[in-house]
Design a binder for this molecule. Structure first.
Ligand code: EPU
Length: 462
């Protein structure tokens, strides 16, 4: 298995372009199951999760072809030609929970679907009850057989519009909202989703569906109204940039006391992260912003901004609570915690979306961090310096947090099991190296004196 060896202490500097969003691309790709015409997605990131989704879609009769644009970004054209297999098998679903987002498209278009029930996950319990509740409200019959969800549309073959409440104990569901939105797009009548997730990835899925002929209003607000249509057609769509990748690199600049310029940065959907970082003494400047562009600039501009990140000499502590969008994203909690480890004073981090998402705490402690966890809250007492150590990545964002800590730490940090990281960050070590980091990818069997990290690959996080 691959590991990263990082010799810390180098300031990052330079320029980086943010890739297309992983968490938008996955449901966008699944939407291609809803038409036989080609759906072209521009800026799909080259990640392990995307490869898994391509494999799953191919099994479901949706093949793809990949080309590259002038900037080297991937353009994926998906075309569904064969509707005969609607079974998302355990083999693939267990490697990627986001496979559940084929449920709505399959059920709506084919009238039936069989999707393996996603199991446990390293970041905590992740039920799919809200997805199923949504499909049932649209008239689907749902049963469970041999660990598979079997969903069937009513005898007419078509789902029917309904009013659906999608709020759960930890807030609305992001993929559940996209799933129900897809299913309702082809239903008979009007669907109103109440307590819908407001995440930008949901808006992106609605934008693609509308470009395919759907009639969706209100995406990005807690109430989404969908007028069902009989058919969808092909479309050409640009994937939004990855807000979590952008936030991670902002924190990488800050933790190394460096200066980075990020192109294609979706600053418009990072407001809570920017707020916390600025309180800490990190400066995030949108380049080219003038009073006039701030007043007149379109949201589109602020989804593809160029920002410069630098910081004060000392970082201040902050309190942060993860929340559904537009609150502070759970997917940046681990990375922010790494940064707080080197702030001057006590910070408080509370996780409300995945209350067990703290696998990075023990590993950061191995690097000298002073962390005290009680339930879903961690008190971080800043230390002057982290120290390098061998650490184990356990899920995607925890891995990113350990890489950030390694970049700042004194000495050498070895991050084992970076396959988790490859699920969400495109060649992170190559980007970091180009920005001045001393980091290399190695095979962990080449590492002297480390326990073998190969046993028992943990389940996915995203
Ligand atoms: N939940 C339920 N019932 C459901 C669905 C969710 O109780 O049927 C709970 C979850 O257990 C959690 C909360 O509701 O406590 C929110 O879960 P949500 O359904 O919104 O998560 P998701 O859609 O499965 C996406 C991202 C995650 C991200 C969450 C929250 C993708 C592929 N994944 O997951 O991303 O953390 O939204 O923002 O879009 C990551 O990229 O590292 C990652 C884990």
């Amino acid at each position: 298995m691959d590991a990263f060896v990082i010799r810390g202490g180098r300031k990052l500097s330079g320029r980086l372009t943010i890739n297309g969003s992983k968490n938008a691309s996955l449901p966008l790709m699944a939407a291609a199951l809803m038409t036989h015409q080609p759906v072209t997605l521009r800026g799909v990131p080259r990640l392990a999760d995307i490869a898994n989704m391509r494999r799953l879609l191919a099994e479901l009769g949706c093949s793809d072809s990949e080309t590259t644009d002038a900037d080297g970004r991937s353009i994926l054209t998906l075309r569904t030609a064969d509707d005969s297999n609607s079974h998302a098998r355990y083999d693939i679903v267990r490697t990627m929970r986001a496979s559940i987002c084929v449920l709505g498209p399959l059920l709506a278009r084919r009238g039936h679907a069989r999707v393996s029930m996603p199991g446990g996950c390293s970041i905590g319990d992740r039920p799919v009850d809200l997805h199923l509740r949504g499909m049932e409200a649209l008239g689907a019959d749902i049963t469970l057989e041999s660990g598979d969800i079997i969903a069937r549309a009513p005898a007419t073959g078509r789902l029917r519009g309904a009013r659906i409440f999608l709020g759960g104990p930890f807030g609305p569901t992001v993929l559940g909202t996209s799933n129900v939105m897809c299913a309702a797009s082809l239903a008979d009548g009007v669907t109103i989703i109440e307590s819908a997730a407001c995440e930008p990835e949901v808006v992106d899925v609605a934008n693609l569906l509308n470009a395919m002929g759907a009639r969706i209003r209100g995406a990005g607000t807690p109430r989404i109204v969908i007028e069902g249509v009989k058919e969808l057609h092909g479309a050409d769509h640009e994937v939004i940039p990855d807000r979590i990748e952008a936030g991670t690199y902002m924190m990488a600049a800050a933790i190394t006391n460096g200066r980075l310029v990020l192109d294609n940065c979706p600053i418009d959907c990072l407001l809570a992260a920017v707020d916390r970082l600025e309180h800490m003494g990190v400066h995030i400047k949108v380049l080219g912003d003038t009073a006039a562009t701030i007043a007149n600039g379109s949201v589109k501009d602020r989804m593809h901004a160029t920002v410069e990140v630098s910081r004060d000499r000392t970082l201040r502590p902050v309190q942060v609570t993860t929340q559904p969008h537009p609150g502070f994203p759970t997917d940046l909690q681990a990375q922010l915690m790494a940064l707080l480890c080197v702030a001057q004073g006590n910070s408080v981090v509370t996780e409300t979306i995945y209350t067990q998402r703290f696998l990075h705490v023990a590993e950061l402690s191995r690097m000298g961090a002073q962390l005290f966890r009680q339930g879903s809250t961690v008190v971080v007492s800043g230390v002057p310096e982290l120290v390098g150590a061998p650490v184990m990545a356990s899920d995607l964002r925890a891995s990113a947090s350990l890489v950030l800590a390694g970049l700042a730490a004194k000495g050498t940090t070895t991050v084992l099991r970076v396959y988790h990281l490859d699920r969400g960050y495109e060649k992170m070590e190559v980007s970091l190296k180009a920005l001045g980091a001393d980091i290399e990818r190695v095979d962990d069997r080449e590492l002297p004196g480390l326990p073998l990290a190969t046993a028992g690959a943990a389940s996915d996080a995203a």
